[in-house]
Ligand binder design. Structure first.
Ligand code: NDP
Length: 510
């Protein structure tokens, strides 16, 4: 039994966390009311005021200490991820490692990503123009249950590195992982309120979205994302939405089919398919379709479901099992062929990996986020058809392409935030690459320089470095100002374009 570790002034109401594999309660946590959330945000604001004045080097040192403390607790955290989310222990360790890589990158990169830089001052050549980046203040992070550590850390690490404090609302299904991280943060950071966790259900998340935070970074479903955005709109709080996906994989006839199958199996089934960047549908050129399907089935048959050494763990929630079953029933009713698994092979919180063929876009399994261990494979007559179908989606998060020389060109035609070429999901593990989607997959970016700047406000400074007679920011103009301006308009923007800034300055001086 994991003891509840909350420390703040929250109400006495408790929420239980369950092991999805066994159904047993593994701990209870407080439910933060709206007043509790507001109090946490107020404390975070005080911490942010100090943290934002620290040098990049000082912040990097504390974030490095945080990273090392998390690495030292990797066993405890991976075990908690395994027990609370249902994923195999190995996947728990993978998640810890990925999260640490982002903390390292964000801490080390922030100073460069946020360095003020000069830009051209254009027509106002007597000015020095500078862009600088400044912390927003307090960031509210609302995290999901599928990657309870890695996903929120993609916002938390970058927000902290940029000089903000964070209030984090984890999913009610996985609060213990978040509290374990908060406990470590409180020991390591000189400011104990720099990273606070507010536990509870949807209402606690809604309270955070309405609170006085300076930005909300949300990961979850599109439906809840819209609610979060509506709540944040009351204060015009900006939002970053990392929502679901319906990621397509395209396989051309010159692809390495064994590698493509390996990627489809991993990408479709890792974390029991509960990843926003899971491979949710596969389009294969007709000439290699049957061979590819055989290879996928062969590899799927080698997988073990359940147990500490299983490849696939328990589904995190019964609701998710129902969604997957509904998608499978719908597909079968519309003519899909089941090769492995299927709705009859669902037992409690375990779903056997399911390979489907004869699928099309009338089926939910090809158009809505299934978020389960299902690989639907469609046969296509051409790459053009594959691209058209891949782009026939309200989502646009990740994607992947397996092909020979044309792979990169195919990748460029896919309407999505990210694409892996001859691989799967790789973009999520490369901290320099921004992560995010378009359409119903949301907007804004975590990771990369964009992910650091996402948690800053951009400041533009125009600094007058030279006096000129024709100062356009003044009513005190020379008598011939109109004549000179007329000439300048022609010279600068008309036929007689003045190419060099020096020429322009001479014109201004008259
Ligand atoms: P939600 O989108 O409802 O949950 C995501 C987070 O939002 C959780 O922390 C949740 O808290 C919180 N939340 C719930 N209601 C509100 C609210 N009104 N205001 C603010 N925060 C709120 O995900 P579900 O669990 O309902 O999953 C449903 C579907 O969402 C899945 O089938 C999958 O398709 C998709 N999904 C996508 C994820 C991704 O990585 N992009 C992650 C998770 C789900 P609580 O859990 O306590 O209710």
């Amino acid at each position: 039994m994991v003891a509840a570790m909350a420390t703040a002034t929250q109400s006495s109401e408790q929420l239980h966390s369950y092991n999805p594999a066994t159904g047993e309660s593994i701990g209870s946590v407080p439910i933060f009311s709206a007043a509790d959330v507001d109090a946490a945000v107020a404390r975070a604001r005080v911490a942010a005021q100090t943290w934002s004045t620290r040098s990049f080097r000082a912040r990097e040192e504390e974030l490095t200490a945080f990273r090392k403390a998390l690495a030292a607790s990797a066993d405890e955290i991976a075990e908690l991820l395994h027990r609370e989310n249902g994923k195999p222990l190995l996947e728990g360790y993978v998640e810890v490692m990925m999260a640490l890589s982002h903390i390292k990158h964000a801490a080390e990169r922030a100073e460069k990503a946020l360095a003020p830089h000069k830009v051209s001052s254009g027509v106002l050549a007597n000015f020095r123009a500078t862009i600088s980046y400044h912390p927003l203040g307090v960031i509210g992070v609302i995290g999901p249950w599928n990657y309870p550590l890695f996903t929120p850390m993609g916002s938390i690490a970058y927000a902290l590195a940029a000089g903000n404090a964070v209030v984090w609302k984890p999913s009610e299904l996985t609060p213990l992982v978040a509290l374990a991280i908060e406990k470590i943060a409180k020991k390591v950071f000189a400011l104990p309120d720099l990273l606070q966790v507010v536990t509870g259900a949807g209402a606690t998340g809604a309270a955070l979205a309405k609170s006085a935070v300076d930005k909300i970074a949300f990961t979850g479903s599109a439906a809840t994302g819209k609610r979060v955005m509506a709540a944040a709109a009351e204060r015009l709080t900006p939002v970053l939405l990392e929502l679901g996906g319906k990621d397509a994989m395209i396989i051309d006839d010159d692809a390495d089919l064994e590698k493509a199958a390996e990627a489809a199996v991993y990408g479709g089934l890792t974390n029991a398919g509960q990843a926003c960047i899971s491979v949710e549908r596969v389009y294969v050129k007709d000439t290699v379709h049957d061979k590819f399907v055989d290879e996928v089935i062969k590899q799927v048959r080698d997988l073990k479901v359940g147990g500490d050494d299983g490849h696939l763990g328990a589904m995190t929630s019964p609701q998710q099992v129902s969604i997957v079953k509904d998608h499978l029933d719908d597909a079968i009713a519309k003519g899909a062929k089941v090769h492995t698994g299927g709705p009859d092979a669902i037992s409690g919180s375990y779903i056997q990996p399911t390979v489907l063929t004869n699928v099309d876009h009338r089926m939910k399994v090809m158009t809505e986020e299934t978020f389960g261990p299902v690989i639907p494979i469609a046969k296509v007559a051409s790459v053009d058809e594959a691209v058209k179908l891949a782009n026939d989606s309200k989502y646009g998060l990740g994607s992947s392409v397996f092909a020979g020389k044309s792979a990169r060109a195919i990748a460029d035609r896919i309407r999505a935030g990210m694409t892996s070429v001859n691989s799967v999901m790789a973009f999520a593990g490369i901290p320099t690459l921004p992560f995010g989607g378009i359409g119903d997959s949301g907007f804004g970016r975590i990771h990369g320089d964009e992910g650091i700047r996402e948690f800053t406000r951009v400041k533009s400074t125009a600094e007058n470095v030279m006096s000129i007679p024709l100062n356009m920011m003044s009513f005190r103009q020379p008598k011939d100002a109109t004549k000179r301006l007329k000439g300048m308009i022609k010279q600068l923007y008309g036929e007689g374009v003045v190419a060099k800034a020096g020429d322009f300055m001479r014109k201004l001086r008259g």
